[in-house]
Design a protein around this ligand. Sequence first.
Ligand code: AMP
Ligand code: MG
Length: 411
Amino acid sequence: MNRWEKAQPLSSALSQALARVTPVSESEEIPVSDAYGRVLAEEIFSPWDLPGFVRATMDGYAVRAQDTLNASREQPAILKVIGSVEMGQDPQTLPALQEFEAMEITTGGPLPPNADAVVMLEETERLSDSVKVFVPVKPGEHLLAADSDFQRGERVFYAGHRLRAVDIGALIALGRESVRVFQRVRVGVLSTGSELVSEGEPPPGKIRETNSYVLRGLIEAQSAQARCYPIVPDEKRSLRIAIERAVHENDFVLLSGGSSVGARDWTLEILQELGEVVVHGLQIRPGKPTLFALVAHKPVVGLPGNPVSCALVFEKFARPLIAKRSGVRVLLPSHRLVPARLLSRIESVKGREDFVAVRLKLDEETGALFAEPIYGHTNNISTLVRADGIVSVPADLEKIEAGLPVWVELL
Ligand code: AMP
Ligand code: MG
């Protein structure tokens, strides 16, 4: 019997798995300045109008629009200049404009009372204590309303939003010092394989364990917490004990290795004994021997041990699951795509989505980008190290010809 006959397309596997992942419930209050990348556990409303006062968007003169009615080059409006607005000045301390009065103002300055527009400096000519205005302005022209940024009571963020750098700026602008965020998801990382060594020069026949280090970086980029456990040999009892412990001590568990064909691969058997296996194989290459299970209601992903497959399946499959577990409500792709032309043909197989590492080449004269496929074994991490990105060949295509446009997902 084919061990992977239950393998399914990535998209359906992912939606089945996502449906079984619940967000962590614990939250904590942390300083806004530490909240980058964290997921909000509260809705955020604006406590006030922002910027809170009317601001000029041009250098020029604050005026009453009605005083500039019918102004032209030939027949300018002549307004008395009663002063100049300083940046940062409290608008309450400014004199209210009376008929045919104006104040000098610079971009960002607060409008004095009664002023309802700004005339651009370029449309004026200064006399000693007055100014000629050559164009009429409408009320509201060249200014930002007091609630143009946020309106008092407006919902700015929903719970489940992952905070980006600009969001931190907005929270500070709204006067927040701390926010309630979901606790970082604790992700246990278990590497299995009797061929692996964790330190020192590997003896002949052994290899250095690298996946847990790669995974740690990928996990931390999700603002989750990685906890890497000692290497587990391909031995059923030790692996079972290690999995039970990792599940107990974490919110999410990643297993690397031990999910492919081979008498020594116990992961599937153990997960079936301990919980429910939901996904058993993906119709992708690399990355077919991927498992998803629930053990004690906690998500467990079995990643292939091959370093290339491991990193790729993390990105394609585990990352969104960790995001959901972290409380993220709307899952968006994290990748950046750049368009390029394929330099040589990529062969694939129908019924399976293929991911091919590519290096990008820039034609300096035209600025055009080209993608050159890199073929290396999935066991060799150098394949990804030499690559700038990944091209996906959808399941319904057998090949992509050289010269065709492709999207490259940057690594
Ligand atoms: P497996 O999925 O256990 O069959 O592993 C496939 C291959 O990936 C192994 O033969 C190793 O060469 C490599 N491998 C497995 N686990 C790791 C690891 N943690 N770090 C580096 N390479 C690994
Ligand atoms: Mg193995």
